[in-house]
Design a binder for this molecule. Sequence first.
Ligand code: ARG
Length: 515
Amino acid sequence: MTEEPTNEANADAEGDSQGDVVRRDRFSGGPARGFLSSLAADERIFEADLAVDRAHVVMLAEQGIVDDENAGAILDALDDIEDAGHGDLPDGEDIHAAIETAVIERVGPEGGRMHTARSRNDEVATCIRYRLREDLLDAIETVIGAREQLLETAREHAETLMPGFTHLQYAQPTTVGHYLLSYERALARDTERLFGAYERTNRSPLGSAAFAGTPFDIDRERTAELLGFDSVLSNSMDASSARDNLLEATTALSNLATTLSGLSEDFVIFANDGYVDLSDDYSSTSSIMPQKKNPDTLELVRSRAGDAHAAVSGLLTTLKGLPRAYNRDLQRATGHGWDAVDSVIEATEVAAGAVATAEWNADLLAREAGEGFSTATGVADLLAMSGVPFRTAHEMVALAAEKSDDPDYETLESAAQEVLGESLSAHVDREAERSEASEDASGEAASREAVEAALDPAQSVASRDSAGGPAPEAVATQLAAADDDLSADRESLAAERDALSAAETELRTEGAGYV
Ligand code: ARG
């Protein structure tokens, strides 16, 4: 496919490339050598860079830009460099330069052909995407694991009553199952966001060169295919400078960390209230106060949101206002993404373990479920269902709630009954003047039994069977839907993993063909 002139151009480039080595040394030897270099941090993209090099060389050979013999020698050198490991690389400004030097050390000047028709700019952009794909899939797998554990515990506790809170005050009774599902749902959306970031990461910048393309007859689709990318980024200037996928991934992780921080905060409070007993494995003690069992792991999970947000902030600040096309600032952007990946994956594992191993104190939770007149809304609902305008019912019940603090009333029920009885009969009298029907309906609502039922936390929960609500049958429906979502996500994850490993196998096979 490649015409002779291309190879001649390549031969010319060889001369340049040898000159390049000299120039590179000239510009990298000063006191800023260490400052310029990302070689240590680039360890994370060592495998990625080898894959990118292999795919590029296979494509150059297929296009006739590099002959098969040179391609074979370079591919052989890359295998050897892989075996020797990152620690064995020669010094260099970054992993791309170091691997190229290592290839030339093994192959001789012909090894310099590897860098034909590309730049470190498209190379690093490709490496980041290549590695980030794997990291995102790992993150997704971890979140799926956490969701699985939440669903299992939610199923066990679908009928375990607990108080629900707003503003940290007793609000309405709910169940542990309903509560845990609320976090599983949030994590399901976090999973969706990670898949979204994956989709936009899985596009190949390779072949954009510095930013302005190349005169060589390269095949960008082919390198994308060999590296398992779904598609090619169409504009070369965009392709080598874009880091929005890294930002998107970091933001998705940051969102996930925010979800986990709320869950952790709840568990810190619940552990202090005695609602849950954390496993010793996820607790810590005090160096001085021997009686202490502290929820430190969850406090650390909560703090990981700080790491993730810092990474988002670091990325946004680095990327903001960068001119087109490549600027070296981008080298510092990458690490923020890796920090978020590592920090949040670990936090997700720990949070899932702490939640799965915690014991719920069902007796205490049941006693607390009705605390603070938390069934008041149910009583107001009862009145409203019987025809009292909701706002009037709300006022009646508010009065009862105030009265229930009065020492004259022995129980909440007696206060509620009396106040509701009084205000309701006043209401009924008023309404009776207007309509017979409302008298009947409201009279029924005032029945002692109906009010008692509304005041009972278990019956209160059972009555709230609207879609998404805490009634056990509503929770059962939610559990089934969550199971379906989880299976679909597991399948998508497996499909992406398969696609990546198929591409890796193809690349190795194609490469081996030249060695
Ligand atoms: N190591 C660099 C990075 O991570 C790539 C080098 C591109 N260097 C350059 N001077 N254009 O972004």
